[in-house]
Write a protein that binds this ligand. Structure first.
Ligand code: HEM
Length: 126
């Protein structure tokens, strides 16, 4: 995966838009919506946004605010099986197609999100 290329094309502004498009759908989603904190959706959006800036652009704000990502551990509080994993990736894929992202970067990001989403699974066989 070419992180530098992804960061160059999308950058802070693009990740901001992507995460906003993703969370607009989360709120209305029957399966995933109930897992997210209704009282702190701006905070949830900010955490995913800062994580992506950290992962692709080396922006340190996520680490300063949240420490080491430890994403698998942080997701243990939620029941994530194949259905939840697939829905998350499906919503992110729809968010990516709403945003102006080239096919090459979109397919690299999709592979990344699919892999991380599978790693978050804590129900069902591995
Ligand atoms: C597999 C399906 C997934 C489900 C059901 C899920 C669900 C959740 C929920 C309910 C939260 C809490 C929201 C908050 O208050 O921040 C959360 C946090 C988070 N998720 Fe996911 N997630 C999934 C996959 C992913 C993937 C693939 C990524 C990254 C590529 C990701 C990155 C994050 C991050 C960065 C946070 C905030 C962690 C923190 O600093 O506390 N999640 N997720």
């Amino acid at each position: 995966m070419d992180e530098a290329l992804i960061w160059q094309e999308i950058g802070e502004k693009g990740f901001r838009e992507l995460v906003a498009a993703f969370y607009r759908q989360i709120l209305e989603d029957d399966l995933l919506g109930p897992m997210y904190p209704k009282h702190d959706m701006d905070g949830a959006e900010e955490r995913l946004y800062l994580f992506l800036c950290f992962r692709f652009g080396g922006d340190l704000r996520y680490a300063e605010q949240r420490g080491h990502p430890r994403l698998r551990m942080r997701h243990m509080a939620f029941r994530i099986g194949e259905a939840e994993r697939d829905r998350w990736v499906e919503l992110m894929r729809a968010a990516m197609s709403e945003c102006d992202i080239s096919l090459k970067v979109r397919s690299e990001l999709e592979a990344f999100f699919t892999q991380v989403a599978d790693f978050m699974r804590n129900q069902g066989s591995s």
